[in-house]
Design a protein around this ligand. Structure first.
Ligand code: MN
Length: 272
């Protein structure tokens, strides 16, 4: 217990994908030990329900993450869980609470400086990203309809036991165009923030952490805990900061099961 946790007003964390082998749950536990906040907003894909359905993989460190969050909630941290496409089963329960954690489809976060941020996972816009040019021609009604159809189709796929169409997996396949997809996703989400009359948007989904301004709208992506181990923190003045939790193991080629957090920790400020 030689460390003191840094205190923040809010932490935003997404795309942990607990239950998938790639989830860096142990890194996240370490991060949560060093960062505390008055409120934690979970921005979707926290649990990978799709992966779990195919093969059950729930090691102890997944429990540790859940228990750590529940303990924080008991101690008075406000925790909001916004489901993503991989934990879509929770979308049937907006407004419910479990263990002090509240579930919401999306939320508007008012920062300490009065700026309002729309917070959502982001998969709602996959369909718009894929068909942006067509939808631009067809106009507003087609846009709204496309988002509805997207949700309906995925609900149907879910009932049929088919996996959700994964934006990040798909974008990675199209390596050459991936940069364009990220740009297009950002543009679409920023447009939604403008429609909802807020100053910024905080989302996850595409596993690409950043804080950027587009025409007066702030776009914040919380990244993921599969590869990049990133989170967004709001300080008590409302400043948003991207945190990257790099854990460098000193022991290369260590045996599985050995502590992967044996090494030296560094933390970089990527952007303000
Ligand atoms: Mn997602």
């Amino acid at each position: 217990m030689a460390y003191t946790a840094k205190q923040y007003r809010t932490l935003f964390i997404s795309d942990i994908h607990l239950g998938s082998r790639a989830a860096k749950a142990d890194y996240l536990i370490d991060f949560l030990r060093h960062h505390e906040a008055e409120q934690i907003i979970l921005v979707g894909d926290i649990v990978d329900g799709w992966r779990l359905k195919r093969s059950w993989n729930w090691p102890q460190d997944c429990n540790d993450v859940v228990q750590k969050l529940l303990r924080q909630a008991r101690k008075g941290t406000r925790i909001v869980y916004i489901p993503g496409n991989h934990d879509e089963f929770l979308r049937d329960f907006p407004g419910t609470h479990f263990g002090g954690i509240e579930v919401a489809l999306d939320t508007v976060h008012e920062a300490a400086d009065g700026k309002r941020y729309l917070v959502l996972h982001g998969d709602e816009f996959d369909v718009v990203v894929r068909h942006a040019r067509l939808l631009a021609h067809l106009g507003d009604w087609a846009y709204d309809l496309a988002i509805l159809v997207n949700r309906g189709l995925n609900g149907l796929r879910r009932r049929m036991g088919m996996p959700y169409w994964s934006f990040s997996a798909w974008a990675k396949l199209q390596v050459k165009q991936a940069v364009n997809f990220i740009g297009e996703f950002q543009r679409v989400v920023v447009e939604e923030a403008r429609r909802r009359d807020v100053e910024g948007v905080i989302c996850g989904h595409i596993h690409h952490a950043t804080i950027e301004d587009f025409d007066g709208i702030r776009y914040i992506n919380t990244g993921d805990w599969v590869e990049s181990c990133t989170a967004v923190a709001e300080d008590f003045d409302g400043n948003m900061q991207l945190l990257r939790w790099d854990v460098h193991s000193d022991r290369v080629g260590e045996k599985r099961g050995a502590s992967r957090i044996a090494g030296r920790r560094t933390q970089k400020r990527l952007a303000a």
